[in-house]
Design a protein around this ligand. Structure first.
Ligand SMILES: Nc1ncnc2c1ncn2[C@@H]1O[C@H](COP(=O)(O)OP(=O)(O)O)[C@@H](O)[C@H]1O
Ligand SMILES: Cc1ncsc1CCOP(=O)(O)O
Ligand SMILES: [Mg+2]
Length: 271
């Protein structure tokens, strides 16, 4: 994939200003809405069972995130997901903390069974637990790396028939056949809560515009990673608080030249 594709897609996202319907967790709600606005998308958070079907069907993408799940919200996610499926709206799912508790693991599996998920995005531990493979998890963070994330992404994509995005130091995007690894990003992203959740919604904004979901997700990862690198450079002498605010700034400011200069993405040849 070339950098011009990413820049052109980013420009289209900003022109179209897609509506992104999020059913997300209480920790990251405001940060996610501000991040989507900075990027040039239009966020809405809507949770009531009475309205989610109507909201999902007019959205460019639906983002489901189980970070602070409860049974009422899960029912809303299923209703919204089915409505999105009926109306051709891509569904992006973030199984926050899958594997940490049985409730999160079972709920993630239920959503994967009842909703056609277009992109599943999580850290390695979450993805492995949704797919039923062994991996460590500590709360909502991945435990020690103990396996090959490229292999995990390919296996999971084939098993669950969806595009899989596994994030960490390197990010892997795969539909089981076409696989990319993105090396952009910055360790400060792990010092601010909600950067994974916001990324999932940013993938939603790109998926609202680009039908090839592997290319959409890979472009979103490069864009987000470069924005984080720019933010880290500008706040190097300060700390995570400044970085959090500067990340929002850079989601709005990152230029095509910066994407062209700093994008670091590799296509994996599969046999
Ligand atoms: N060690 C790291 N170095 C650089 N970027 C990272 C690192 N760890 C995570 N990231 C980036 O942080 C973002 C959130 O990913 P991650 O921390 O895996 O998600 P989550 O917060 O859901 O566990 C992604 O853009 C990812 O590329
Ligand atoms: C800390 C926390 N607890 C429940 S949801 C949540 C936010 C997780 O955000 P992220 O996965 O983006 O780090
Ligand atoms: Mg997460």
């Amino acid at each position: 994939m070339n950098q011009d594709f990413i820049s052109t897609l980013l420009k289209k996202v900003r022109e179209v200003n897609p509506l992104i319907h999020n059913i997300t967790n209480v920790v990251v709600t405001n940060f996610t809405a501000n991040g989507l606005l900075a990027l040039g998308a239009s966020p809405v958070m809507a949770y009531a069972a009475e309205e989610v079907a109507d909201m999902a069907k007019i959205a460019g993408a639906l983002v489901l995130n189980i970070g602070t799940l409860n049974s009422t919200e899960i029912e809303s996610m299923i209703i919204a997901g089915k409505s999105a499926n009926e109306h051709g709206v891509p569904v992006i799912f973030d199984p926050v903390g899958a594997g940490a508790t049985l409730f999160r693991t079972e709920t993630s599996k239920r959503i994967m069974n009842e909703v056609k998920v277009s992109v599943l995005r999580g850290n390695a531990a979450e993805i492995a637990n949704v797919a039923g493979y062994q991996w460590n998890i500590k709360g909502v963070d991945a435990g020690e790396a103990n396996g090959n994330t490229v292999e995990l992404a390919i296996l999971t994509a084939k098993k669950l028939k969806t595009v899989v995005v596994i994030t960490g130091k390197d990010d892997v995007i795969s539909d089981g056949h076409t696989t990319y690894v993105v090396h952009n990003g910055h360790p400060l992203l792990t010092k601010v809560t909600g950067t994974g959740c916001l990324l999932t919604s940013v993938i939603g904004a790109f998926a609202a515009i680009e039908k090839d979901l592997v290319l959409a997700a890979t472009s979103a990862l490069v864009f987000y990673g470069v924005a984080a690198e720019m933010a880290a450079e500008k706040t190097a002498q300060r700390g995570p608080g400044s970085f959090q605010i500067e990340l929002l700034n850079q989601l709005a400011l990152v230029s095509n030249d910066q994407i062209n200069k700093y994008s670091n993405v590799e296509k994996i040849e599969q046999v």
